[in-house]
Design a protein around this ligand. Structure first.
Ligand SMILES: [Zn+2]
Length: 176
């Protein structure tokens, strides 16, 4: 695997502002809605209720996001059918990561701030994060924050990783 390039938190915040302006977002616009709408080339998996994309601001190599297609914020708003469909994507994403990156563990979490802050969004999404090793770096408080920086991919790495994850998913479908 190529060495992972990591941006520090201040660099990541600057890159995030740049990404938001390149998405044409105005203050108050939902970042997750914009990521979903522009996600076609980033999609690893999808179903009727959501998509799985490679997080361009992920904390670990292979960090994926399950994003609800509809702008809904809480589990109650989603309802069970939609919630279950999104969890199904988290399950499939976990298996694709396990087959592709052979991580020590895959962490799955629905986080999101109810208040608008720079690095978190209320639009329902699930983090699916492969953990390479069980060490101090695998503490959830570190994994689910930008304190250790974010992973950057160049275009070739990004496309290659997405292709491998899709392939792993297709191969799993064949053995179901
Ligand atoms: Zn939204």
């Amino acid at each position: 695997m190529a060495p992972v390039q990591v941006l520090s938190k201040p660099q990541a915040l600057a890159a995030l502002e740049l990404a938001k302006s390149s998405l044409g977002l105005r203050p108050g616009d939902c970042v997750m809605c914009a990521v979903y709408e522009r996600s076609r080339s980033d999609r690893v998996l999808e179903n009727a209720e959501g998509v799985v994309v490679l997080d361009r601001f992920g904390s670990r190599h292979g960090h994926l996001l399950v994003i609800s297609r509809a702008h809904l914020e809480g589990s109650g708003e989603l309802g069970w059918e939609r919630y279950a469909a999104l969890q199904r994507l988290a399950f499939e994403a976990t298996l694709a990561l396990e087959a592709t990156l052979d991580p020590a563990r895959v962490f799955v979490a629905a986080l999101g701030s109810s208040e608008p802050i720079a690095t978190s969004y209320p639009h329902y999404h699930i983090h699916v994060v492969p953990i390479a090793r069980h060490d101090d770096d695998a503490r959830p408080a570190r994994v689910f924050s930008w304190s250790a920086g974010i992973v950057q991919y160049d275009e070739d790495e990004r496309r290659e990783l997405i292709g491998r994850l899709k392939q792993a998913h297709r191969e799993r479908e064949l053995v179901l």
